[in-house]
Design a protein around this ligand. Structure first.
Ligand SMILES: [Zn+2]
Length: 496
């Protein structure tokens, strides 16, 4: 339907049309609004007109009209109640005519065009905006965390997350934040910092951290739905807190490598904490008291963060020590913890074991073991000389290894020989060097057998005769039996 004067006249009759035009000419039509809706399937445009027509000083009637391209007028309504009727149905009143006439006269499409143009411009603006951020890289954001260790609680681990570009802000509602990340949109947090998924992104380790958080978020949502009647109970994400399990903790910490963060350990706050995959710089102190020997840390006792005791909070940082430190220190630590003591007490008569085993082990895994003066009198520090004795038997090379501490000789494969070790001066073994030497023999292909090492493989024997022996020469004194010498000379003769 193309609206024109004739159509209006044919509907209203000449008189009503005349009155309506008069109203329009007097400028009585106000608050004139037109809306167009397009039905994409049928290509039909429907127009909605809403206006007020002044009747008197403080009396105005609301007029609503709608029509579409296909059916013509679908609705006209006026507050005045003067709408006429004939056999064919509803007839427009002078107010409706005035509104239609305004629509017609003022180039109906003018206002319409202006509106749709505005919508178009906004759409173009939005599109350009998103295209810009597709074309141009989004701004990468950082995620940082506060770790909360409440080690005596039911849920010992939790984190708070901080997000931002240069400065990171604590996210007060983590669920809402993850919602936004998950579904798009924008959210404000921090002072004036807006997170808009269109502008910002998370890359590298930040992305990995976010992925873990989203994983927890999904589980939490699932949990939340199954516990709809107790929404706040058992939630993993609650306010700014995200409760995590040990495996999350490990993954987060690994991703936080090389960064500083804050920690709350059993209520204490620590700032600028680092996650270090290295040994703790442990120090021990060994003293005597009456007939006892006392061993204690020369600093605070590390706090095990996991049940497995492989992560420790120590001197303001979180450590993940090497297996070597964990194994040796684990025994001592467990002893401290199980007995709830800060020092271990040994009987003075156990000094043999201390000097033979515990002290060397401590030295092996710590930076320093301080021994008190009175203990130094009975514990003897001696230089370690290594001795290798080579023999040849049953087409195999045999090697007896001896660690010689100032005349006190130890065969590491024989274990503690009490009789021989019952001396007044106790030797402190150098476990680091001892383990290095026995490791070297194993590298050359030697196997442990009773109280000596043996090399059986013929190829390995050849390479030992060519190079291996020189390597041992550099580590200590090498002596050979007549049998071995004879074997070597006959072999050299054979080779010409
Ligand atoms: Zn009316």
């Amino acid at each position: 339907m193309i609206l024109n004067e004739d159509i209006i006249v044919s509907l209203s009759g000449d008189l009503i049309f005349k009155w309506g035009v008069e109203y329009y000419n007097k400028g009585l039509v106000e608050d004139f609004n037109v809306c167009m809706e397009s039905n994409h399937n049928s290509q039909v445009n429907t127009y909605y007109i809403d206006a007020w027509v002044h009747e008197k000083e403080d009396l105005a009637f609301n007029v609503q009209i709608s029509f579409n391209d296909l059916e013509g007028f679908t609705v006209f309504y006026c507050d005045c109640g003067e709408l006429g009727a004939d056999k064919s149905g509803c007839l427009p009143c002078k107010h409706v005519v005035a509104v239609l006439y305004k629509y017609l006269k003022e180039k109906q499409y003018n206002s319409l065009k202006a509106r749709s143009l505005m919508k178009c411009e906004k759409l173009i603006g939005d599109m350009e905006h998103s295209l810009f951020y597709i074309e141009n890289k989004k701004i990468p954001l950082n995620i940082n965390m506060n770790y909360i260790f409440n080690l005596d609680g039911d849920m010992p681990y939790s984190i708070e997350i901080k997000v931002g570009k240069d400065k990171c802000y604590v996210v007060k509602d983590v669920s809402q934040f993850l919602d936004t990340v998950y579904q798009g949109g924008a959210i404000e947090f921090g002072k004036g910092f807006f997170f808009d998924s269109l502008y910002y992104e998370f890359c590298g380790e930040n992305k990995k951290i976010l992925d873990i958080l989203l994983e927890i978020y999904e589980i939490d949502r699932m949990k939340g739905e199954s516990l709809a009647y107790f929404p706040s109970k058992n939630r993993l994400i609650y306010g700014k807190r995200v409760f995590i399990v040990e495996s999350h903790l490990r993954r987060f910490l690994q991703l936080m490598n090389n960064r500083v963060f804050s920690c709350f350990v059993n209520g204490e706050v620590y700032k600028d904490v680092k996650y270090l995959e290295e040994d703790m710089p442990l120090e021990f102190l060994m003293t005597t008291s009456e007939s006892f020997i006392i061993l204690k840390h020369n600093h605070e006792i590390p706090i095990a963060l996991t049940e497995k005791r492989d992560l420790f909070f120590f001197k303001g940082n979180i450590y993940r020590p090497s297996k070597k430190q964990l194994e040796v220190y684990g025994c001592i630590y467990n002893n401290f913890m199980e007995n709830r003591v800060t020092s271990l007490t040994f009987n003075a008569k156990d000094i043999d074991k201390l000097s033979y085993c515990i002290l060397p082990s401590l030295r092996y895994i710590s930076e320093r073991v301080i021994i008190s003066k009175d203990l130094k009198v009975i514990l003897k520090e001696e230089k370690l000389d290594v001795e290798f004795y080579l023999d040849f038997n049953n087409k195999s090379i045999e090697c007896t290894l001896i660690f010689n501490y100032g005349g006190y000789r130890i065969n590491p494969l024989e274990g503690l020989n009490k009789k021989r070790y019952n001396e007044k001066n106790r030797i402190i073994r150098d476990m680091t060097k001892e383990l290095e030497i026995s490791g070297l023999l194993k590298k050359l292909g030697f196997l442990e057998e009773k109280n000596f090492y043996v090399l059986k493989d013929s190829d390995l024997i050849i390479s030992f005769n060519e190079e291996g022996k020189n390597i041992l020469d550099n580590k200590g004194k090498v002596e050979a039996t007549a049998k071995y010498k004879h074997y070597l000379s006959s072999r050299n003769k054979r080779l010409g």
